[in-house]
Structure formats: C-alpha cells, structure tokens
Write a protein that binds this ligand. Sequence first.
Ligand code: FES
Ligand SMILES: [Fe+2]
Length: 369
Amino acid sequence: MLSSLPTEAKADTARTAATDEAVLDPDAMRQPLPDAFYCVGRSDTLKAGALRAVELNGEQIVLGRDKAGALFAMRDRCPHRGMALSRGRFDGEAVTCPFHGWRFGTDGQCRDVPTLSSADAADFSRIVVQRFPIRESAGFVWVNPYLGGPSGDVPALPELGFAPAGSLVVELVVEASFDLTTLSLVDPGHVAFVHDSWWFRPSKDLREKVKTFTPTPHGFTMSSHATTTSSPVYKLLGGVPEVEIEFRLPGVRLERIEAGAKRVANYTFATPLTHNRTMLTNALYWNMPVLNLLTPLARPLMRQFLTQDQQVLQHAQAGLDRKPTMVLFGQSDLPSQWYFRLKREALQAARETRSFRNPLIRQELRWRS
Ligand code: FES
Ligand SMILES: [Fe+2]
C-alpha cells in the first residue's frame, strides 16, 4: 500500500494541493476509485446458468447469467449465516444456498426459506442480498463494487470499434497495489528496461520521443502518430500504422492500431482484487482472419510480456512496503502524475455530486525510450 501521495512536481500541484487535500481524505487517494466499473473476466466464459465467484476491491461477489442471458452480481454471502452463495445451485432463475436451502432471485430478494413451517408467520420478503451494477463490453464483464449513494459520473466502459476476427486474452495476478499496477499502464519509462524481448523491442537503444497528449473524458490520449518503432509486431500489419493510446480511469489502457482497413486493438485493464493484489487483463483483438493462425504463437509472448510487468511490479511493491514514497520525475513521469490528478478530480466530483471536469490540458511531452 502507498501510505503517502507521490511526490509531484511542485509547480504543477502546489496550487491545487492546498485546496484538494484539505477536503479529500488522503486514504481515499490511496484506494482504487470506488465508484467505477472494473473488469471481472471474459463474457463468453460466463454461460447461462453459471455462477462465478470473484473478488473485487475486497468484496466477495458472485456473478451469474440467468436463463434469458441477463447478468447479475451480488454479494457472495448468504444473509442467514454467511455461506458463499457461489457454492450453491443456480437453476437459471434463483440461487439456492447450500447450507439451509434459502433461495434468492437474481434481484437479490429472498424467495423461499424451505425450513419454515406453514404455521410460522416469519416474513422473508425483507431479506435481500446486496446487488452490484454489472455490464458487458468489449467481450468482458464489468462490475461496479460501489455501495454508496449517487456520486459523479462513472467512466465509460471501453468498447471495440470494429468486428474482431479473433482475440487473445491473458490474465495475470500481480501482488502489488492497484495504483502501482495502473501506473505501469501510463509509464513510457519502463518499456525499454522491462519489455526488452527481441520480438517486441529489437533495438536496445533509447531514442528521443515527442508525443502529443490530449485530454479525453476521464483520461487522456496519446495522439495518433506514425509509429517510429521497428517492432516486428507492427511489421506484421504492413505499412506504417497509426497508433493511438488512450488511458481512462479507473485503470484502462486502450491501444488502437490502424493500417488501412486493418485493425488491431490491445486493451489492458487493471482490476483491484484486494489492497495488495491486482489483476492485469490484456486483450488483443484483430480484424484480419489470417492472424488467427498466429494465436498459439502469440499467447506465450503476451504472457511473457505481462509476466515482465508482474515481476518488476512485485519487487517495486516490496520496496514501497518498506518506504511508501515515490519520486515522480521528468516528463516521462508526467502521465503518472496525471493519473493521480484525474483520480483526485473524480473523487472530488463524487463528493460534490457533479460531473467530472478533466483537469488536464493538451500538451507535448518529450522523453527517451
Ligand atoms: S447460510 Fe444460507 S441458508 Fe443458511
Ligand atoms: Fe509494462
């Protein structure tokens, strides 16, 4: 856990710090954004009639899909004696607790207490299991674990702008905080040192980069540009592709690559499981059927890439556990500072039940990577 905010460039935040931190609970800044949808797994693995237990921001949640195909998410805890409802039976309409057989509809309402005598006047209609908002988008299931009242607007779910011919998904649990893991999604400085596999980065030299960043709803985009990388992955597309990378709260990185009619999207989602465990989900989609042949080859490479992040993040977390401060330094760390500014604004907007106002401005950044 980070126990203090990162050191930010003084000039950048001195003005806002005095006002923001007076009203914001510093603890809240160390937590994942509470009122937001997080990726909890692939859509296609949650079949009708299935239940799945997931952990999200410290909550135990049971997900399911009813007979009609509608998703639901509720607290994975029977109100009677705390049994995990995910261990129960689901007939596509109601979940039966395996301990004493109480039945709950997918709306969380208790429908039946089979042990009640017909002479017993006890009324079970007021017994409910807490429900959570649940959605589907880009082939994934998303749950908002927030239980508070109405707050600001929540960040939009990522969508895929084309019909994919195929996709490849790798999930990896990182023993690190949500913030540290999410920073790796907006950190150009680590790429040359951590992701140095031949197939991703054949040249070991650091090169000067200039990128334009533009604010977007709940985040920022690194504007389209002709890529300068000589990566074989890009070469596969033929020609010079246009690449656009968007970061969006709470922890979503959307990389979209276009070359003529060819499309590739590489989406990465961070999901807080507990305060020190974060799931990284990487999904690669493409619209050229011929690339489906490469899936068996690409899967271990994608796993290797994510494992590189996992290993370095876990070691960094150990260092932050000993001394929980960071020095965010230079322009390559500005996107990391922006992450905290975006989160701070989202928390403040929620407190004031108003719309999110992006605090960032269009900016050109230079670094070597
Ligand atoms: S614990 Fe669920 S029915 Fe008793
Ligand atoms: Fe990385």
